[in-house]
Design a protein around this ligand. Structure first.
Ligand code: FES
Length: 429
């Protein structure tokens, strides 16, 4: 069976159970759709862990995949025969006997001072702690030199980092004006928040991606901008893609890295089932998965319109939705999965909590290029400072979209198109 956007139907194995999935879906989405909720356990107290952001930024979804530990289930596509196991758990992530640590040391465990009254017991305790701690087990086999990726050089006019609405629009604008344009995006499929917002949707993401390719943009998907090296050859951006490493030289750079989905401060906000609202939207919009029947959206006023759109889409899909202001939220309830939210007005029963917070600008890369940033609570964190044209404080480095302050997909796309055109003009004919 082939659904153009979902990809080919494949079979994967999670915790030794075969499940049916789709090639363009992440393992995290396939796991949830098949009823697997807990993916692994936390390092110390073995608390249940699962995905939060679905964008590769929170590390809540680490699994052992094909014998390799600590891979992000939300950034790994479903390939036929993939073997996925939880980690930091015995015998399984769902039923972890080591979770007894959390009960035995309910007031916290300082392993540095464990049983220090007796040197024999202390040695024994250290041995046990060393056995139990660590993040996953080492890979079954080491990487051989022949498996190391090759390095390729790329020289372009414009390099756009980030393939969300702003980045795609900027790349299209630059390419349409005759500039050799490279776009780097770390997600499974470019589109960013377009794929999580019911007002835009998966089709908009697919058509915008196709428009970029039609305009002549070279798109590197599943590729991460690792770092900028100013001392190297006049400035090189290192990029890791599934096939090879790239050293990119560009006449102009555009940071369109958007913002990270972040959690909000309330008790027990690390319970599985407390998920970023954008991830809940992504499951629904991108994968057609309704992640809960009773959804409680905990929100801040700055994103009320986004929360409203998500609530309407969830309601339309058949979920019961309650919206609660963060100011009224006391804490989440539940253990291996959330089952309610305590508020100042009483308890809300739910099987999913969607956290609607202002995304925090992903400005680290631009900071590495020396761009000025400013801490702006209304922008969700350190946003890149730009002038009216979108130019940062560093020559030939530009920025657009949410990384300059939260805008949402529609305004980010407009901003990207404008900045992309400005960059093309700055480079001349
Ligand atoms: S990193 Fe995978 S859910 Fe956040």
């Amino acid at each position: 069976m082939l659904d153009a956007a979902r990809g080919e139907a494949v079979e994967i194995r999670i915790a030794n159970e075969s499940i049916r999935a789709f090639g363009n879906e992440s393992i995290a989405a396939a796991a949830l759709a098949s009823g697997t909720r807990v993916l692994s356990r936390s390092l110390k107290y073995h608390r249940p862990r699962t995905f939060f952001c679905l964008e590769g930024h929170c590390s809540g979804c680490l699994v052992r995949l094909g014998g390799v530990p600590n891979l992000r289930a939300c950034q790994a596509p479903c390939t036929a025969g993939a073997e996925i196991e939880g980690q930091n758990a015995f015998p399984s992530a769902e039923v972890d006997l080591l979770g007894a640590v959390d009960f035995l040391f309910s007031r916290g465990l300082d392993h540095h001072t464990l049983m220090t009254g007796s040197s024999v017991l202390n040695k024994l305790a250290n041995k046990v702690v060393r056995q139990l701690s660590g993040l996953g087990r080492l890979p079954q086999s080491p990487v051989s030199a022949s498996e190391l990726p090759e390095v390729a050089e790329r020289a372009v006019d414009v390099c756009v980092i980030g393939g969300g609405p702003a980045g795609l629009a900027a790349a299209i604008a630059a390419a349409q004006r005759g500039k050799r344009t490279l776009l780097v995006d770390d997600q499974l499929r470019p589109g960013g928040s377009l794929r999580a917002d019911p007002r835009s949707g998966r089709d908009r993401a697919e058509t915008t991606w196709a428009a970029a390719i039609d305009a002549g943009v070279e798109v590197l998907a599943r590729s991460t901008a690792i770092g900028f090296f100013p001392e190297d050859d006049g400035g090189v951006l290192a990029i890791s893609s599934p096939e090879r490493l790239y050293r990119v030289h560009a006449r102009a750079w555009i940071w369109a890295t958007g913002g990270y989905a972040v959690n909000l401060p309330f008790q027990e906000n690390d319970r599985p089932g407390v998920i970023a609202a954008r991830a809940v939207g992504r499951l629904l919009v991108e994968h057609g998965i309704l992640a809960g029947d009773k959804v409680c959206i905990v929100e801040v006023p700055q994103v009320a319109r986004d929360a409203e759109a998500l609530a309407a889409a969830l309601d339309h899909a058949g979920a019961e939705v309650v919206r609660v202001a963060l100011a009224d939220t006391l804490g989440a309830r539940g253990r291996s999965w959330v089952n309610g939210v305590d508020t100042k007005k009483g308890r809300v029963d739910c099987d999913l909590v969607a956290v609607a917070a202002i995304p925090s600008p992903a400005s680290e890369g631009a900071r590495q290029q020396g761009c000025k940033v400013t801490l702006d609570p209304d922008a969700g964190g350190f946003r890149i400072v730009v002038d009216e044209a979108g130019q940062t404080s560093t020559a030939n480095v530009w920025a657009c979209g949410d990384v300059t302050g939260y805008m949402g997909p529609a305004r980010a796309a407009t901003d990207g198109a404008r900045v992309g055109a400005n960059v093309a003009a700055s480079l001349g004919g």
